[in-house]
Structure formats: structure tokens, C-alpha cells
Design a protein around this ligand. Structure first.
Ligand SMILES: C[S@@+](CC[C@H](N)C(=O)[O-])C[C@H]1O[C@@H](n2cnc3c(N)ncnc32)[C@H](O)[C@@H]1O
Length: 431
């Protein structure tokens, strides 16, 4: 029987490559701490090197042009990844457990048990040469058309006169995004645990020290939360307003609602979330962190259409492709091509259309997406400029966090020098 950790990794890989799904947030729930660490490393290695792993196998097949059933691809990738990159995994365990996976009706392909066994045994005999062979395969094998589009989009606005980014910059960005990200945290109560160190560029942001264990216990106590560095920077917007009514339009799981609640403790915060299960989690998170907010389960456009008041601060963290999260979500390269960007763009525009009329005079509206693609950010900004000339861009982020020199109304740090997810955000006020 394969271990629960290997089972979980195989299920996640089937979800990505079989069904085109993202890896679910709690895909490793139920695993022990040590198993979860192993499973995360193995899943990351398989996803980040899927193209190379499959290319390594092809010439070893009798008919290299025929594609293998997914069960065989998954078992081979998992076996090879463990042999090549996972220190401390015994070669016989990497081989045998991958072969055993082939007997699982929903995960394997039993007729290929012998084939998987033979390829992995030969690979195991290579020892450290296997890693060198895999590393020598072209890195471009792990780069899909979606990735190429995202890398171009990430770099293009930072080119002088918006020219094409060079291949050197594109390679450098891809290399950067292929490394597992270093988690960032926010301290909510008390002192930061010893495993964390302060971020010198971003006050209030804490990063895991190199090689330190993940502070799971501390997070479970509610004294802190994980929050990507870009989200923290975004929420550090400079604004003198003292809002009475604040709307977090797309709120779950509540990272940004928490930041709003801590910054504006006197304000009435309404946090709207469409998905009931996510709204439940939002409520639990806010309660655990001592943040006061009214959680409303609704489509925010419907909610706004039926509400008579206006808001002094509207934060719209819209649903998006997540193209800025390639580093945290290594499955994105393989499923990004199925994302309907046209539909997402319309949805984002509808959310802006619903939110803008509810912005009170003197109020601030921030629109954000964790995406580098222009149709999810730049194009909406151009639309606001023509459709709502009454709104004035608000330079709420410091020099260096945008594209143009000086303070900026458009948060979009340079992806090569910025440590954090890819975000685009825009801020406007209604004078
Ligand atoms: C990008 S996430 C928000 C992350 C959140 N702001 C945070 O920092 O933790 C977008 C959220 O909006 C919700 N959502 C999507 N469309 C919505 C809509 N029309 N009305 C309300 N919520 C929506 C999604 O279910 C998802 O939970």
C-alpha cells in the first residue's frame, strides 16, 4: 500500500492533469506534520518539473510517440522526482511505492506495472547521475504557452516605451518563479516567534528565517497569519481618510479584511463573500483574530444594488486568473491555458460597475488582482479613465512600487526585484 502522503500527491496530480483543477487548498489535510512536509515537497517537484520528467521517460518507451495513460505518467513522475531530488528517500521505497500506485484502480494503470518498475529500477541504478540527466533537459519543457504569456505580461509594462522584454529577463523571471516561495507573515498579537525575521523594506511583515520550521502552532493560536508580502504592501496604502463605512467586496478568506479591521478599528466593516463555505471560513478567521466585521453571503453586485448607503472605502480584491501566483501554485502553468479570461474580465468589469456608484465623496476605491495579465488590470484602468472621469487616480503607494517614477496610483512592482506574488492594483478617489 502506498503511504497516505504518496496517495495524496497522486490524487492532486490526477486533479491537475486529468481534470484541469487547481490543487485544493486543503489537499494534504489528514496527513501528519512530517508526511505533509514530504508530500508538499514531492508535489512541488513533480509540478515544477513535469515537462522534464515526461521528456525523460519518452525515449525509454517502445513507442515514444504514443502518450502514456495518466496513471503511468503520475507514477513515473513521482518515482523519478523522489529518486532525483528528495534527500532521505530510500530508492527501493521510491520505486516500490510508485509501482504499487499502479494497482490503485482510480490512480494507476495496472497493465503498466512492469514498465514503471523497469524504468524506475534503471533510473535508481544511475544514482546522482539521474539528477544531472534531468537537470540537463531544457528548462523550456516546463514552460507552457500560458507561462510565456504571463512572463511577457509581467515584464512588459516595466520596459522603456513598453518594448518587448529580453529573453534574458524572461529566463531570469522564470528561474525565480520556479523556486518554492518563502512564506511571509503578519503578527496579530504578542511578539513574533523566533522562527521569523522582520522584513527591512516592509514594516510589519515577517519572513520565515532560512531553514526554520514552519510556525504552525503559533498560527493555530491565532496570534499571527500567513499573508503574502505583496498583499501586505498593497494594504499599506497611504491614505489620511477616517472611514465610517468600509466594504470588502470579495472578502474570503479574510486576509485583507483583517488588515482593514486592524487599521480602521472604529469603522463599520462589511465583508461580502459569494461562496457560503468560504464565508464560514471568513467568519471563523475574523473571530479568531478579534476583527469586527459584518459578513454577508451574497453576490456583491446584488448586495450593492439593494443597499441604499455608500462606502468611504471600498476594497475590491476581484476573482482573477491568479496568473501572479505561479510561484506559489506550480500547477498554474499546466491549467492556465483553460482559464476563460474573457469571462473573468467581464466579471471584474461588472464588479467595478457595481462598486463605483457606491463610493462616497472623499472616499477611496482600490481594485486589486493577483494577476499580471493586462486584461485583468490595465484594461480596466483605461475603462475607468474614460467611463468615470469623475474618479481621480490616488497615489497611495510609494515610489518604486509602480511602473512610473514617484508615488503611484497603480501598484505593480517590478517582478524581478520584488519579492512577493504578482499583483496589479489601482486606487481612485471621488473628490
Ligand atoms: C481573490 S479572493 C479574495 C481574497 C481576500 N480578499 C483575502 O485577502 O483573503 C476573491 C473572493 O471573492 C469571492 N467572489 C468572487 N466573485 C464574487 C462576487 N461576485 N461577489 C462576492 N464574492 C465573490 C470568491 O469566492 C473569493 O473568495
Amino acid at each position: 500500500m502506498p503511504t497516505p502522503a504518496r496517495h495524496a500527491v497522486a490524487r492532486a496530480l490526477h486533479g491537475v492533469f486529468g481534470a484541469g483543477h487547481r490543487v485544493a487548498e486543503h489537499w494534504d489535510v489528514g496527513l501528519s506534520h512530517a508526511d505533509a512536509i514530504f508530500a508538499q515537497a514531492l508535489l512541488g517537484a513533480c509540478l515544477r518539473r513535469w515537462g522534464r520528467l515526461q521528456a525523460y521517460v519518452k525515449p525509454k518507451l517502445k513507442e515514444p510517440s504514443r502518450s502514456l495513460p495518466l496513471g503511468s505518467q503520475v507514477a513515473l513522475a513521482m518515482g523519478l522526482a523522489q529518486l532525483a531530488w528528495m534527500d532521505g528517500v530510500a530508492a527501493h521505497a521510491a520505486v516500490n511505492e510508485s509501482v504499487e500506485l499502479m494497482c490503485e484502480p482510480s490512480l494507476g494503470f495496472a497493465p503498466h506495472q512492469g514498465l514503471v518498475n523497469a524504468i524506475l529500477r534503471r533510473a535508481a541504478e544511475k544514482g546522482p547521475v539521474l539528477k544531472a540527466d534531468l537537470d540537463r533537459l531544457p528548462a523550456a519543457l516546463d514552460r507552457t504557452a500560458f507561462v510565456d504569456r504571463v512572463l511577457q505580461a509581467a515584464l512588459a509594462p516595466h520596459q522603456v516605451h513598453q518594448g518587448q522584454p529580453s529573453s534574458v529577463e524572461i529566463e531570469a523571471l522564470w528561474t525565480k518563479l520556479q523556486a518554492p516561495p518563502r512564506p511571509a507573515f503578519r503578527v496579530l498579537r504578542g511578539a513574533a516567534p523566533a522562527e521569523l525575521e522582520g522584513d527591512s523594506e516592509l514594516p510589519g511583515c515577517w519572513k520565515l528565517q532560512e531553514g526554520a520550521p514552519f510556525p504552525g502552532e503559533w498560527l493555530r493560536s491565532g496570534a499571527g497569519m500567513v499573508q503574502d508580502r505583496s498583499s501586505q504592501a498593497l494594504m499599506a496604502f497611504a491614505w489620511e481618510g477616517r472611514p465610517v463605512d468600509v466594504l470588502d467586496a470579495c472578502a474570503a478568506p479574510g486576509g485583507k479584511t483583517t488588515a482593514l479591521g486592524l487599521r480602521f478599528p472604529e469603522a463599520r466593516i462589511t465583508a461580502v463573500e459569494r461562496e457560503p463555505k468560504r464565508a464560514e471560513r471568513l467568519e471563523q478567521n475574523l473571530a479568531g483574530r478579534g476583527v469586527q466585521a459584518q459578513v454577508v453571503v451574497a453576490e456583491v453586485a446584488d448586495f450593492l444594488a439593494h443597499s441604499s448607503g455608500s462606502f468611504d472605502l471600498i476594497f475590491l480584491d476581484a476573482p482573477c486568473s491568479g496568473s501572479g501566483t505561479l510561484q506559489k501554485h506550480p500547477e498554474m502553468p499546466w491549467i492556465g491555458g483553460h482559464i476563460d479570461l474573457g469571462r473573468l474580465g467581464e466579471l471584474q468589469r461588472d464588479l467595478l460597475r457595481a462598486a463605483i456608484p457606491k463610493l462616497a465623496p472623499g472616499g477611496l476605491l482600490i481594485y486589486a488582482v493577483c494577476s499580471w495579465l493586462p486584461e485583468e488590470g490595465e484594461y480596466h484602468r483605461a475603462w475607468v479613465r474614460t467611463a468615470h472621469p469623475e474618479l481621480v487616480p490616488a497615489k497611495v503607494w510609494p515610489a518604486g512600487w509602480g511602473v512610473e517614477p514617484g508615488p503611484t496610483s497603480c501598484f505593480r512592482p517590478h517582478p524581478l526585484s520584488w519579492d512577493g506574488e504578482g499583483f496589479q492594483a489601482s486606487a481612485w478617489t471621488r473628490p
